[in-house]
Design a protein around this ligand. Structure first.
Ligand code: MEV
Length: 343
């Protein structure tokens, strides 16, 4: 509960309030992190979600505009709806309610929307350059941007852990058992070494890491991939616990390789991590193909990233080879590539 909420003032003017949040990439340890092993993730600032809050006309309540999503009738111009008309598990509705409860004046004591006594008149507009359902954290980034924008609108400057906690609640709607790594790396906007339940540990990067991030173009649902793996883990717990241990050991080694600035070692560990992700059944033929192409094109290492079965893969490159590797990935069918420098 945010103790400052009751002290906050409604804005005195109607200038739009804007906040952004980056995408993310998991360098090591996805999936095993759900089972308590360490993982490493970095913010990808080259793609961003943005939320804009404007004061609406009196009595209109909260209106949501997801400007990049087509309207239900397929026409461009965005999906527009009233907060109170959305289902309770709509992720935008959820984060707006959570953020209003935490940051709007009046406190979270009433019975109205967001636990407020009365619904404020606001328009919340969301745009994003982060591809949806491709392992780059678009859901967590949108929720982070909205929570930050609402906080700012009400004159609050919340800490990263407060934002992360709210976004984690929304992550639970995306898939039932999130580790918390996505909301953490996105809310803190820093490289993180993450262990579930242990809070944020900043990872220092000894030498910059140049990444080419390539999109298979295949949409995949984190909920489905995580749920499918859970069934296999339940059927053969010893086998999967052993594989998760191996992934966790790689993440630990990667942490020291990143800290001491040894990209060649980081690349080798990415290759090993990818083999294990194939073994636990979360990769896909498209991902495996792009991983091979990146290595053949001179990447220091390559792996899928995020939930898998589609989405994005990462290639670690020497910066002068980034364009060559990106071109090879596009020729091999990547839908798009992003360059990102992590430091
Ligand atoms: C999704 O970005 C990462 C997974 O490890 C799920 C999670 O950590 O919640 C697949």
């Amino acid at each position: 509960m945010n103790v400052r909420a009751n002290q906050s003032q409604p804005p005195s003017e109607t200038r739009p309030t804007v906040a952004t949040a980056p995408g993310k990439a998991i360098l090591f340890g996805e999936h095993a992190v759900v089972y308590g092993r360490p993982a490493i993730a970095v913010p990808v600032t080259d793609v961003q979600a943005r939320a804009t809050i404007t004061t609406g006309e009196r009595g209109t309540g909260v209106r949501l505009v997801a400007a990049d999503l087509p309207a239900p009738d397929g026409r461009p111009g965005g999906r527009r709806y009233r907060l109170r008309d959305a289902p309770a598990d709509d992720p935008l509705r959820a984060i707006v309610e959570l953020a209003l409860a935490a940051f709007a004046p009046g406190g979270p004591t009433g019975a109205g929307v967001g636990g407020l006594d009365s619904e404020p008149d606001l328009q919340v507009t969301v745009t994003s350059t982060i591809p949806i359902a491709r392992g780059l954290g678009s859901g967590a980034a949108v929720a982070t941007a909205v929570a930050r924008a609402i906080a700012r609108y009400f004159g609050q400057l919340p800490r990263s852990d407060e934002i992360s906690r709210l976004v984690y609640e929304v992550e639970k709607l995306h898939h039932g058992t999130p580790s918390g790594i996505d909301n953490t790396v996105i809310a803190y906007e820093q490289p993180v070494y993450f262990v579930r339940g242990e809070g944020m540990k900043r990872l220092s990067v000894g030498a910059p890491l140049s990444l080419v991030i390539a999109d298979t173009g295949v949409v995949s649902s984190t909920r489905e991939v995580v749920g499918d793996l859970r069934h296999r883990w339940q059927a053969q717990p010893e086998r999967y616990e052993g594989l998760f241990d191996e992934i966790g050991a790689i993440a630990r080694l990667a942490r020291s390789a990143i800290e001491r600035g040894d990209p060649r070692a980081v690349g080798r560990l990415m290759d090993e991590n990818h083999e294990l992700l194939m073994t636990i059944g979360v990769s896909s033929p498209e991902l495996d193909r792009l991983v091979k192409v990146a290595r053949a094109g001179g990447a220091l290492g390559a792996k899928m990233s995020g939930a898998g079965w589609g989405g994005n893969m990462l290639a670690l490159v020497e910066s002068h080879r980034a364009q060559i590797v990106a071109d090879a990935l596009c020729q091999a069918g990547a839908a798009s590539t992003i360059f990102s420098q992590i430091s």
